[in-house]
Design a protein around this ligand. Structure first.
Ligand SMILES: Cc1ncc(COP(=O)(O)O)c(C=O)c1O
Length: 380
């Protein structure tokens, strides 16, 4: 089938919710992708921070193939080792409580939202401007963006949007939780300030509300530490993950601290596919790589190299943490289209003036330099 055939099928049979680029990818390895014509691309987007350890990482492939050949699915009415082991590893590497598995970032946030309401019945959930938490109704209601919310009103009640600077004063005895991304991803890679996160922590300590960090995009080593919150010295009570957790297979997780481990009770929540053995085997393989000695140090140094290069390229208009980077430029969507077509470089635009880069955490220095060279040629 040609690309034109695929586009015709999309036009006739696929709901038009995505603006796809005119490329059919057929294979990936490490930081490289190949299209149907055999052209090679550098992937500095990795899904959107999904293929965390690169395409077709041998350890990941072996874990997935092995699990698929043995057992693909049983209901959550039974036990499987990949899920129990993954829950233990995620808990021990983060907040120390318990884990609920989901299938996506939005679903991980749905769990966190339900947990917050169970914690404080009828309680309000405070979110900050420009946040993004997903497209399901609960997650969408927590995503204060007019264009995404307005067509789907009425939304789930009980969410309140506050400016980032107002987090301390906006939280009271009727607040169930504050839900925030420590580094806002979809709005263009904007790290919240240390004062903002410290104020959120203090407000929750004062009122008993839960502090929930959405690390769906910034977690799993993306910023050079396993969790973004480690760089702030502020621990949440609950954290949500997805994207890079499965390294390419769909899995999300909602993780608590010990104090809130038993808020959700039998029957409160569930999902047919969540925590399935193949997705959990994939996530365990991703963790194996991320937890190797020195791996995250490398992410930090590669992140510094990329950010330095972007800063030079953009005249000081780059920002980011680790390998979660962006820079400001005119007509970002146009630049992203040209990068793909003319330089075989995969990026994305988070808005009219922001280009986002999320390469695999296994990217090499040479690949970073190559991507920067390609961007420089476009700017010339
Ligand atoms: C911070 C954050 N939370 C939640 C989501 C939603 O994740 P998903 O698309 O897997 O539902 C995203 C997706 O971009 C995200 O960046």
């Amino acid at each position: 089938m040609t690309l034109t055939d695929l586009q015709a099928l999309e036009r006739d049979y696929v709901m038009g919710t995505y603006a796809r680029m005119p490329v059919e990818f057929v294979r990936g390895e490490g930081t490289r992708l190949w299209d149907a014509a055999g052209e090679e691309y550098l992937d500095f987007l990795t899904g959107i921070s999904v293929v965390q350890i690169g395409h077709a990482h041998p350890h990941w492939v072996e874990a997935v193939q092995d699990q698929a050949a043995r057992l693909a699915h049983v209901s959550n009415l039974f036990y499987t080792e990949p899920a129990m082991r993954l829950a233990q590893r995620l808990s021990e590497a983060s907040l120390g409580g318990k884990v609920f598995f989901a299938n996506s970032g939005a679903e991980a946030n749905e769990c966190a939202i339900k947990l917050a309401r169970r914690h404080r019945a009828q309680g309000e959930i405070v979110v900050v401007e420009s946040g993004f938490h997903g497209r399901t109704y609960g997650a969408l209601s927590a995503t204060p963006q007019e264009s995404k919310q307005a067509p789907f009103a009425p939304l789930v009640p009980g969410f309140r949007v506050v400016p980032r600077g107002d987090l301390f004063d906006s939280v009271g005895d009727r607040t169930a939780a504050i839900l925030i991304e420590p580094i806002q991803g979809e709005s263009g890679i904007h790290p919240l300030s240390e004062e903002t996160l410290a104020a959120a922590r203090a407000a929750c300590d004062r009122t008993g509300a839960l502090l929930i960090f959405d690390e769906v995009q910034c977690g799993m080593g993306r910023t050079g530490t396993m969790w973004a919150y480690e760089q702030y010295g502020v621990r949440p009570d609950v954290m949500t993950l997805a994207k890079g957790l499965g390294g390419g297979l769909p899995i999300g997780a909602c993780i608590t601290s010990p104090d809130y481990a038993d808020v959700l009770q039998p029957g409160d929540h569930g999902s047919t596919f969540a925590g399935g053995p193949i997705a959990c085997a994939a996530a365990n393989a991703v963790l194996d790589v991320l937890l190797e000695d020195g791996f995250l140090d490398e992410v930090r140094s590669r992140g510094d190299r990329l950010l330095r290069g972007l800063d030079e390229l953009s005249g000081g208009r780059a920002r980011g943490r680790g390998l979660m980077c962006a820079y400001s430029t005119e007509d970002a969507p146009g630049l992203v289209r040209r990068a793909l077509a003319e330089e075989r470089l995969v990026l994305n635009a988070t808005g009219p003036d922001t280009v986002r880069l999320l390469p695999p955490l296994t990217v090499s220095d040479d690949e970073i330099d190559e991507a920067l060279d390609r961007l420089a040629r476009l700017a010339a």
